[in-house]
Write a protein that binds this ligand. Structure first.
Ligand code: AMP
Ligand code: MG
Length: 426
C-alpha cells in the first residue's frame, strides 16, 4: 500500500493549472494570477507629505533657534500658500517661508521637511493674507515626514507574480497600477457524486437501513470553500447503469469527487464503472486512517472546446464514511484543486504546523492516523488537544476540531507536552 506522501506525489503529477482567462478586477478575488504584474507608475509619484502640516526648510530651524536656557524655542515662518489634496504647489519655499500642506500632496520645491500642524499655531498678520505659522519645536531634520518619490513602487517594477492568490491586498495593488481587468487561471469545475443505496436526501426522515446523505453537501461545501464551481450530481445508486450515466456527466468537470463504493463490499461498484469509462486508475488504497480505501484516477478529457481547453479529469473515489471523505478531500483533493486554480506547485501543500500535545494520548499504531483535534493559540505557543471522536463515521466529533493531528505509524503512546505535527483546518 502506498504512503500519504506517495499518494500526494501521484496526484501532483496529474494536476496542472487551467487555461488563463481575463476577468474584471471585481471578479478576481480569491483567484490566482496568470500573469506577472508590473507597475505603470512611481508610487508616490513625487516626494509626498506624510502628514498635515507645513513644508519648510530644515535650515530655518537650526539657524533661528533661540537656545537660551529656560526659553522655549520658537520659529515663525510666513505662510505663502495652502495645498490641499488633489492640487499641486505653485510656489517654491524660500528661507523664512512655509507652505501649508495636507497629507499626500507633493512637497513644494525648496522645502526639505514637513512639520506636523500639531507642533504649530497660526496667527493672522496685516499684509500677509495667509498669516504666520509659529512653531513650538526646533527638532526639524531634513527629510522628516516626507516619503520620497517611488519609495513604495518604482515604474516598471514587478509588483505581483504569476501564481499569486488575489486577496484584498492584491486587489489594492492591481487597482494602484491601473488594472481594471486581469488574467487569472480559470476556476476549476468540481463535480460531486455521493454513492450508496442507503442514502436519502436531507429533507426526509431515514427509514430502515437508510441514512441521510451528508457527504454530498459537505464535499460541495469543501469545493466552494476553495472557490471552485461545484456541480452537484445528486445521489448515485449502487447500480452500474445509473452510476455510469452520472459519472459520465461528472467527467465533464475538471475534478470528479465521488464518495462511497470504493471499498471491498459486494456493491462497491465505483472502480469497475470508472474503468469501463476509461478512467485510468493511478492508485487505490493509501496507508492512512481514516481514508484507506481512497481511489484516484485520470479520465479521458472533458472536451470543453468552448474554452479550447481539452483536459483530463482528475477522479477521486473517496471512502463513504464522512470523516474519511473529509480527511481525503483535505489531504488530496484540496491541493489538486489549488493547483488547477493556478497556485504555484511549491505552495499547494496542505498547511502543517507543530504544537505541544495538551494531554497524553493513545492511538492504534498500525497506520498513520489523522485525528480531529483542537489547536489553541496561546501566548506561549500552540497546544493540541485531540477531540472526543468515535471514528470515521462520527461527523459530529469533527465539529469540535480545527485541525487534524498527525500520529505517524509505529508509535502508539504520546506524552503530554510532546511536539506533534498537525494540519490546521481553518
Ligand atoms: P462505502 O464506502 O460505500 O462502503 O460506505 C461506507 C459507509 O459510509 C456507509 O455504510 C455509510 O454509513 C457511510 N456513507 C456512505 N456514503 C455516505 C454519505 N454520502 N453520507 C453519509 N454517510 C455515508
Ligand atoms: Mg456504499
Amino acid at each position: 500500500m502506498i504512503t500519504v506522501e506517495q499518494a500526494t506525489e501521484y496526484v501532483a503529477q496529474y494536476a496542472s493549472p487551467n487555461v488563463p482567462q481575463s476577468v474584471p478586477l471585481e471578479d478576481a478575488l480569491n483567484q490566482f494570477l496568470a500573469e506577472d504584474i508590473f507597475s505603470d507608475l512611481d508610487v508616490p509619484s513625487n516626494d509626498q507629505s506624510l502628514v498635515d502640516g507645513y513644508a519648510v526648510r530644515a535650515a530655518d530651524f537650526s539657524q533661528r533657534v533661540h537656545r537660551e536656557k529656560g526659553v522655549a524655542c520658537s520659529v515663525q515662518l510666513e505662510v505663502v500658500e495652502e495645498v490641499t489634496a488633489g492640487n499641486v504647489p505653485a510656489f517654491r519655499v524660500e528661507s523664512g517661508r512655509a507652505v501649508r500642506v495636507m497629507t499626500g500632496v507633493r512637497v513644494p520645491d525648496g522645502a526639505d521637511a514637513v512639520v506636523m500642524v500639531e507642533e504649530s499655531s497660526w496667527q493672522q498678520e496685516a499684509g500677509l493674507p495667509l498669516g504666520v505659522a509659529h512653531f513650538n519645536t526646533c527638532e526639524v531634520v531634513a527629510g522628516q515626514n516626507i516619503m520620497p518619490r517611488a519609495t513604495s513602487v518604482r515604474y516598471g517594477q514587478l509588483v505581483l507574480s504569476c501564481g499569486k492568490r488575489i486577496r484584498p491586498a492584491e486587489i489594492a495593488v492591481l487597482a494602484q497600477v491601473g488594472r481594471t481587468d486581469v488574467r487569472v487561471f480559470r476556476r476549476p469545475r468540481v463535480a460531486v457524486l455521493p454513492t450508496g443505496n442507503e442514502l436519502i436526501d436531507g429533507g426526509f426522515v431515514p427509514g430502515p437501513g437508510k441514512i441521510r446523505n451528508t457527504n454530498g453537501p459537505m464535499l460541495a461545501a469543501c469545493g466552494k470553500q476553495l472557490d471552485a464551481d461545484v456541480l452537484d450530481l445528486g445521489i448515485g445508486r449502487d447500480e452500474p447503469e445509473q452510476l455510469r450515466n452520472l459519472i459520465e456527466r461528472g467527467l465533464s468537470a475538471d475534478v470528479l469527487v465521488l464518495s462511497g463504493g470504493v471499498s471491498a463490499g459486494t456493491l462497491d461498484l465505483v472502480p469497475a464503472v470508472l474503468e469501463e469509462l476509461k478512467v485510468r486508475q493511478v492508485f487505490h488504497k493509501v496507508n492512512m486512517k481514516p481514508g484507506k480505501p481512497l481511489w484516484f484516477g485520470v479520465g479521458n478529457g472533458n472536451k470543453d472546446n468552448a474554452n479550447n481547453d481539452d483536459r483530463s479529469t482528475l477522479v477521486f473515489g473517496l471512502p463513504g464514511n464522512p470523516v474519511s471523505s473529509f480527511v481525503c478531500f483535505h489531504l488530496f483533493v484540496r491541493p489538486a484543486i489549488r493547483r488547477l486554480s493556478g497556485q504555484a506547485a511549491g505552495e499547494v501543500g496542505v498547511p502543517k504546523c507543530s504544537a505541544l500535545l495538551a494531554q497524553p494520548f493513545e492511538v492504534a499504531a498500525d497506520r498513520t492516523t489523522y485525528h480531529p483535534a483542537r489547536i489553541d493559540w496561546s501566548e506561549t505557543g500552540p497546544t493540541l488537544t485531540p477531540v472526543l471522536w468515535h471514528g470515521s463515521g462520527d461527523s459530529r466529533g469533527l465539529v469540535d476540531a480545527n485541525a487534524l493531528a498527525i500520529f505517524p505509524e509505529g508509535t502508539g503512546y504520546y506524552e503530554a507536552g510532546q511536539r506533534i505535527f498537525c494540519h490546521p483546518l481553518d
